[in-house]
Design a protein around this ligand. Structure first.
Ligand code: ADP
Length: 543
C-alpha cells in the first residue's frame, strides 16, 4: 500500500483502513500488507522521489509484491511516473483518488482504477436547497500542489453560481486566519469544506482535527463531500461513502490477487451516495426535515421523549386515565343522584296521596309514570358507565407483567413515603409474560396498591406496610397485594367489588369495580380476603 500523506492522514487513511480489512475478509488466503508513504507529497518542492524509488527497489529486490495499492492522488502520480523503474509488470490499483487526478492515457495493462468522481455542483445545490437564503459560501481549500489543482476545478465548477451567491475562497489564508474569518461571516453564510492539507502559511493539517476546530469556531454551517467528515461537524447532503468506495476497491484487489488481469477490470467512477444529514446540525442551523432532498437519511437523532421516558409516560397516562375516569364518574354520580332523588320525592308524594280518604289514583298513576322514567334514566346512566369502562380502547400485546408491577411499585414509592407506609415488593426472578393491555392492567395494580396504602395508613399499629408479591402458579401469573390495615369487615367483604360501594369519606367506590371488569376482560380473577390486614389476589393467564 502506497499512501500519499503518511499513515494517519484523513480521509485517505480511512480508505486504506477499510480496504485493508475488506481484503482480509474477502481473500481466501492470508494477505501480508506492507505500508509505504510519500510523506513529503504535501510539499511543492519535494526532492525525495529519487531516493524513495531507490529505497523501494532495495526493499523489493528479491520478492516482488503481488499487488500495489496506490492510495490518493500523489501516490497515483508517483507510481505513474516511476512505474517502469520500480515494479514493471506488478498489477496496481489506483484508489481514493478522484477520477480527474488519474492520467488515464498512461495506464498500462497492469493498472486499474477505482475512483470516486466529485460532483461539486451537486454539493452547492444541496447547500442552497436546505438553506435557500444563503448569500455567501466560503470554500476551504489549502495551498499544496494537489489542492491548487482542485482550486482551479472548484472555481470552474462553481462559476455558474456567480450572481446567485458570493463565493469566498480561503486558499490564501493560514488556517488560523480561516478560523477567525469563519467566526465572523455575514448572516446567511455557509462553509464548504474541501481540503486542508497544507495552509497558505505552509502548515500541514490533519483534516479531522482541523475540521472540528473550524466547525466549533464558525458562525455558519459547514458542508462537505465526503462522509468520513460526517458526525457533528458537517450538516450533510449527498457525499461519497468511504465505506462503499473502499469495498469496491477491495473487491477489485481480491479479483486481481485471484488471477484476473488488472487492465481488464473497468470500474466506473463511484458517485455520491444518497444524502445523509446530521440531526444535531439540522437543529443547530434551523433545517427542517421537509427541507431535505428526497431519500435523505437523518442520523444522530436524539432519542425521542417516548424512547427515553416510556415508562414514565405510560404511568402518567394511566394516572390521567384514572383521573379522567374519576371526573367522568363524578359527573355520572351527579347524573345518577338526580333521578334517584326524584324517585324518592315521588315515592314520598305518592305516600301522602295514598294516605288520604279518597286517594287521587290518577295522580298516583302519574307519579308511578315519573318513577318509571327516572328509573330508566338511572339505569341508562349505569349502562353508559359500564360501557365507558369496557369500551375504552383495548390494546392487546405480550408484555412482562412482572417488570410492569416492579415499575408501578417504584412509581408509588413516594406516595407510600408521604403516608409513612413501607411499600415492599417480592417479585419472581423470571418475567411473567401475559397478553393484554398494559395500561389497563397497570391501572388495576396501582389502584389496588393505593387502596392498600389507604388501609395501611388507617391504622394506629406501629407496622404500616404494604407488600406486593408476584409468582408463577402453573399457567398463571399470581399477584398479591397485602396490607397491615384493618382488613375487610364482614359486611364490606361481600360488596367491595360492587359499583359505588365505599367506606371512605370521599370514596367513589368505583376502583375495585373497574379493576374487576378489567381483570375479567383479561380472563383473570380477582379476590380479597383477610390475613393480618386485607390481601387482594389477582390471577392472570400467562401468554
Ligand atoms: P374507593 O377506594 O373509592 O372506596 P374501591 O372500589 O377502590 O373504591 O374500594 C371500595 C371499598 O373497598 C373501599 O371503600 C374499602 O371499604 C374497601 N377496600 C378496598 N381495599 C381495601 C383494603 N386494602 N383494606 C380494607 N378495605 C378495602
Amino acid at each position: 500500500m502506497l499512501h500519499s500523506f503518511g499513515l494517519r492522514f484523513k480521509p485517505w487513511t480511512d480508505y486504506a483502513q477499510i480496504i485493508r480489512s475488506e481484503i482480509t475478509r474477502r481473500s481466501q488466503r492470508p494477505v501480508d500488507f506492507h505500508d509505504h508513504s510519500l510523506l513529503n507529497a504535501r510539499l511543492a518542492d519535494d526532492k525525495s522521489d529519487g531516493p524513495f524509488v531507490d529505497y523501494l527497489h532495495a526493499v523489493y529486490a528479491g520478492k516482488r509484491p503481488d499487488l500495489i495499492l496506490a492510495i490518493g492522488a500523489p501516490a497515483a502520480n508517483f507510481v505513474q511516473r516511476y512505474r517502469h523503474r520500480i515494479f514493471p509488470g506488478t498489477p496496481m490499483v489506483f484508489t481514493a483518488v478522484e477520477a480527474r487526478r488519474v492520467q488515464y492515457d498512461k495506464l498500462t495493462q497492469d493498472d486499474t482504477v477505482v475512483a470516486p468522481a466529485h460532483d461539486f455542483p451537486a454539493s452547492f445545490e444541496n447547500i442552497l436547497r436546505v438553506l435557500p437564503r444563503t448569500k455567501t459560501i466560503a470554500i476551504v481549500n489549502g495551498a499544496s500542489p494537489n489542492e491548487t489543482f482542485w482550486l482551479g476545478e472548484l472555481r470552474r465548477e462553481t462559476a455558474p453560481l456567480t450572481g446567485r451567491v458570493e463565493l469566498k475562497f480561503y486558499n490564501e489564508l493560514s488556517f488560523e486566519e480561516i478560523l477567525k474569518d469563519a467566526a465572523n461571516l455575514p448572516p446567511h453564510s455557509a462553509i464548504f469544506w474541501h481540503l486542508m492539507n497544507v495552509d497558505a502559511a505552509g502548515v500541514a493539517h490533519e483534516a479531522n482535527a482541523a475540521l472540528s476546530r473550524l466547525s466549533a469556531a464558525a458562525n455558519a454551517p459547514v458542508f462537505s463531500y465526503l462522509d468520513n467528515f460526517f458526525g457533528d461537524t458537517t450538516v450533510g447532503g449527498p457525499m461519497h461513502s468511504v465505506e462503499e468506495g473502499s469495498a469496491v476497491a477491495a473487491a477489485v484487489a481480491v479479483r486481481i490477487l485471484n488471477g484476473e488481469k488488472a487492465g481488464d477490470i473497468k470500474t466506473p467512477p463511484t458517485k455520491y451516495a444518497s444524502p445523509k444529514f446530521d440531526s444535531r446540525q439540522m437543529q443547530r442551523w434551523g433545517i427542517k426535515e421537509s427541507d431535505l432532498p428526497p431519500e435523505s437519511t437523518v442520523l444522530f437523532k436524539p432519542p425521542t421523549m417516548w424512547e427515553t421516558y416510556r415508562w414514565q409516560i405510560l404511568t402518567a397516562c394511566s394516572v390521567i386515565l384514572l383521573q379522567a375516569g374519576l371526573i367522568a364518574l363524578l359527573l355520572i354520580a351527579h347524573e345518577i343522584n338526580q333521578p334517584l332523588g326524584a324517585i324518592l320525592n315521588n315515592v314520598e308524594t305518592a305516600e301522602i296521596l295514598l294516605k288520604g280518604r279518597s286517594p287521587d289514583l290518577r295522580g298516583v298513576k302519574e307519579i308511578f309514570g315519573d318513577i318509571r322514567r327516572d328509573n330508566s334514566r338511572a339505569t341508562e346512566v349505569i349502562r353508559r358507565l359500564r360501557s365507558y369502562v369496557t369500551k375504552v380502547p383495548f390494546e392487546r400485546k405480550d408484555f412482562d407483567l412482572n417488570y410492569q408491577i416492579g415499575e408501578t411499585v417504584k412509581f408509588l414509592l413516594p406516595e407510600a413515603r408521604s403516608r409513612a407506609v413501607v411499600l415492599r415488593s417480592r417479585l419472581t426472578g423470571a418475567p411473567l409474560w401475559v397478553n393484554g393491555d398494559p395500561i389497563q392492567l397497570q391501572q388495576v395494580f396501582s389502584n389496588l396498591i393505593l387502596n392498600a396504602l389507604d388501609a395501611a395508613s388507617d391504622t394506629t399499629l406501629a407496622e404500616r406496610a404494604v407488600m406486593v408479591e408476584t409468582a408463577q402458579d402453573r399457567k398463571f401469573a399470581a399477584i398479591s397485594i397485602a396490607d397491615t390495615g384493618p382488613g375487610l369487615s364482614a359486611e364490606a367483604a361481600g360488596k367491595i367489588f360492587d359499583p359505588f360501594f365505599s367506606t371512605k369519606k370521599h370514596g367513589m367506590g368505583m376502583g375495585l369495580s373497574i379493576a374487576r371488569t378489567i381483570v375479567a376482560m383479561h380472563n383473570g380473577q380477582i379476590e380479597a380476603e383477610n390475613c393480618n390486614g386485607a390481601v387482594f389476589r389477582v390471577r392472570l393467564p400467562l401468554a
